[in-house]
Design a protein around this ligand. Structure first.
Ligand SMILES: [Zn+2]
Length: 261
C-alpha cells in the first residue's frame, strides 16, 4: 500500500472569501439555512459539549435534507467515477443528497486542473457567484490522475467534499492540540512545492480559527480533515497521521450537522 510521502506535503488550501463579499456570503448562507444565523450559532455552541470530533464553520451549512447538484467541468471517466464513488461515502452519515449531472446551476462544480493544487469552497460559499462564477469550479483536484492510487482518491475526495459540506481543517481547530515548531513550518512551506509567503503560511497552517467563528469540538487526530504533518513541524516530535478515511468522530459530527428531520 503506497502512501503519499510526508515530504511532498500535498495539503489543500482554503478558498477565502474576500472581505468585500463576506456580507453577501453570509446573506446567502442564512437564506439557504436559517440555522446559519446568530441564533443558530448560539444553539450550536450550547450543544458543543457532545463528544463530536471535528470543527465546522457555523454559518456555512447547507439546509439538511437538500440535494446538492454536482457538475464535473472536466476530467476523465476514471477521475469522475472515482470522485463520485468516494464523495458518496459522506452520504451514509449526512442527511443530504448529491446529484451528479450536467445541471449548469449545480452548486458544486468540480475540476481536475493541475494548478493550483487541491481546494474547495467551504459550504454555502459555493453560492457566491462573485467568487465562484457558474462556469468555474468550486472544487479542484490538482493531483488526482487516472493512475493515482484509490487510497489517495479516497483521502483527497473525502477531504474536499468535507469542505463542500462546510467542514474546516482540523489542524486549525481552536481546541486543537497541535503546537507547531514555527521555524520549521516557515522553512518547509516557503519552499517548493508550496512556495508560500509568511502570510499564506500563517493563514493556511498556523492560524487557528476563532472559537466564535465556528462550532469547534475536541481535536480529532483521526479526522479526514487533518492532513499528515511530519514530526519536525510539531513540538514534541510526533507528527500527525496520514488519515485516509472518515473517522468515527467525522461520521458522528456530520450526522449531527445534517441531522434527519
Ligand atoms: Zn482542506
Amino acid at each position: 500500500m503506497k502512501k503519499t510521502k510526508g515530504k511532498s506535503l500535498r495539503i489543500c488550501v482554503d478558498r477565502v472569501i474576500p472581505l468585500k463579499w463576506k456580507a453577501d456570503a453570509a446573506a446567502l448562507a442564512v437564506k439557504e439555512n436559517p440555522a446559519n444565523g446568530p441564533r443558530g450559532l448560539r444553539m450550536m455552541l450550547g450543544a458543543s459539549a457532545h463528544p463530536v470530533k471535528m470543527a465546522l464553520y457555523t454559518g456555512k451549512r447547507w439546509k439538511p435534507g437538500r440535494k446538492l447538484g454536482i457538475r464535473f467541468l472536466d476530467g476523465s471517466k476514471t477521475q469522475r467515477s472515482l470522485t463520485e464513488h468516494f464523495a458518496a461515502m459522506w452520504l451514509r452519515y449526512a442527511n443530504i443528497g448529491m446529484e451528479f449531472g450536467s445541471d449548469p446551476k449545480a452548486e458544486v462544480r468540480v475540476s481536475f486542473q493541475a494548478d493550483p493544487g487541491s481546494w474547495s469552497a467551504v459550504g454555502t460559499d459555493c453560492l457566491l457567484r462573485d467568487a465562484f462564477p457558474l462556469a468555474e469550479p468550486t472544487m479542484n483536484f490538482g493531483w488526482l490522475r487516472d493512475d493515482t492510487e484509490e487510497e489517495e482518491y479516497r483521502r483527497v475526495v473525502l477531504h474536499e467534499f468535507g469542505h463542500a459540506l462546510a467542514a474546516i481543517h482540523e489542524h486549525q481547530n481552536p481546541r486543537g492540540g497541535i503546537r507547531w515548531n514555527e521555524k520549521a513550518v516557515y522553512d518547509t512551506f516557503s519552499g517548493p512545492p508550496n512556495n508560500w509567503s509568511k502570510e499564506e503560511i500563517d493563514f493556511n497552517i498556523l492560524q487557528k480559527y476563532k472559537l466564535d467563528q465556528l462550532n469547534a469540538t475536541a481535536f480529532d487526530p483521526k479526522s479526514i480533515m487533518l492532513y499528515s504533518f511530519p514530526p519536525e513541524l510539531i513540538q514534541g516530535g510526533k507528527g500527525t497521521r496520514n488519515n485516509n478515511d472518515l473517522s468515527a468522530g467525522d461520521r458522528k459530527f456530520i450526522a449531527r450537522m445534517y441531522a434527519k428531520a
